[in-house]
Design a protein. Structure first.
Length: 121
């Protein structure tokens, strides 16, 4: 999904990750605005990658179990940047806060992702 939507990770910090996604034909809905599903895919991608950095990959996997998105501002072109920060990193669940902003740092979407940490099959 990340490859199809041209999501690119741009920054790794002490307690956050950032990724960008273009707002173009590939990510627009029929009215010419950024598709809410594309925003949700960006949010789930950065949150899932963040979770994968917090687990023992030899013994565990992580899978999204719930996501919500509030779409706050329309966007017709350019680039959006998602920043993910942890709200809870536990042994069996992770909860992530994801903010998607435009180039002027205005909020486009806010999201919360819950991830389950499972034993590797």
């Amino acid at each position: 999904m990340a490859e199809v939507l041209q999501i690119r990770f741009t920054e790794v910090g002490e307690n956050y990750l950032k990724a960008t996604m273009p707002v173009a034909d590939l990510t627009r809905q029929p009215y010419g605005l950024l598709h809410g599903g594309a925003s949700a895919a960006l949010a789930e991608t950065v949150g899932s990658v963040a979770s994968s950095l917090c687990i023992n990959k030899e013994k565990q996997i992580c899978v999204g179990i719930e996501i919500n998105c509030n779409h706050l501002r329309g966007k017709r072109d350019g680039m959006v940047t998602a920043t993910v920060e942890p709200l809870h990193v536990g042994a069996t669940t992770h909860v992530w806060d994801i903010k998607i902003r435009d180039e002027a740092e205005k909020l486009v979407c806010v999201s919360r992702l819950t991830v389950a940490v499972l034993k590797k099959p």
